[in-house]
Design a protein around this ligand. Sequence first.
Ligand code: AMO
Length: 452
Amino acid sequence: MNFYTNAGVEPIGELKRTHFTSEITPEIVGKKVTLFGWVHILRDKGKIKFLILRDEHGTVQVTIPQKKVTEVVFSTSAKLKPEYAIAVTGKVVEAKQVASGVEIIPTMIRIINTAERLPIDVVEGKVDIDLDTRLNHRILDLRKPTINAIFRIQHSLVRFAREFLENRDFVEIHTPKIVAEATEGGANLFEIKYFERRAFLAQSPQFYKQLMLLAGFGRVFEIGPVFRAEKHNTRRHINEYTSFDFEMAWINSVEDVMDMEERMLHHAFKKTREAAATELELLGVDLKVPKVPFKRIKYAEVIDLLNDAGKEITIHDDLDPESERLLAEIFNEKFKSDLVFITHYPLELRPAYTMPSLTEQGMTESFDLTYKGMEITTGGQRIHLYDLLVDRFKAKGFNPDDFGFYLNPFKYGAPPHGGLGLGVERLTMQLLGIENIREATLLPRDRDRLTP
Ligand code: AMO
């Protein structure tokens, strides 16, 4: 059976791509090229038609003058509609009026697939559509070069952060996402039915990444989904996000963890600046590579700074969005820095596994990393001493018997250790100056959204 007889489309057949659009440059004038992509923009001037072809690396102009192309090519070009998937073979010629200085005169246009009338525009800046409508049509929305660029930059950040850790003896692990207990406290847990029992979706790989150090891995990391049943829809919370976690044994103090993170981010920013230069330029972002070390400030001092700025907040409170907004300004003014570690959080604000401070009564050996005021990372030294760990679980109101799988291994020579969890979407949004975390999430899940 021939699927292609009636649909007005042809198979890709023997055609092979020779170039991406970004490779169509003045250096290859005269060359015969074949490109695959989508019909981005069409302009019909009667005897001459213009087609902007888009592929994953950009766009190129294909000019179709009736006088210079075959009849078949001209009639095929008349059938094109926005977002048709096509193959174009042609000659690269000079074109002064085009920004790239070159265009393609086709010797063949093949319609590989047709497209219905689009529900949203794929061409940038045509009409402003609201985020919700865009997310409803996310697959088409992502075709926009500026939207696509966000995730290429995200890829680059993750790629180079991973590269940094791999070069320092970290082992990538994959831990279960169906779990028996909460790690970060019970408030935002998703409960699921697990045959005859109840289970939960993992809020963090916290327990398992720690246990892998007890299992003899010196350093581990994991980049994977975690789930939070956040009650409210906010611009910085989603219900499933990508957590970039690492954990390292034999640390002297929490400082080792912060040192590792700042060097990792420095590396990831520096390499992303080069590797994703085109995408950053497309988004008009001047990526500043942060200076190392990042500034460190104690939580108590942050509260003082906020109080001085007129904000009513005590050391027993978490930072609310207004505090974060204020801090972005204060840190920028005071430290001339976008990335600032806040350290020594009170015990009551931190999970049970967090190491109490050896020097500051009632505080912990923990930190958050803020980026332009927003928390992007939480980390700290963990308790590696069994008795202390059990005490802290009890103090938080947990029954240690429910956590045997986690607590028991600490009886057998657990090394001192610490680590962190970094929100990949939050890192991306802050780096690119994106207002709503959903825009930095490929396919966001929030209270109202479960598809696409
Ligand atoms: P925490 O709960 O602070 O710490 O989360 C770590 C980081 O994850 C990101 N994040 C979120 N991103 C999007 N939507 C959410 N609902 C959301 N919640 C958190 C933030 C945050 O800084 N186990 C500890 C980490 C550790 O100590 O290793 C933890 O999960 O960027």
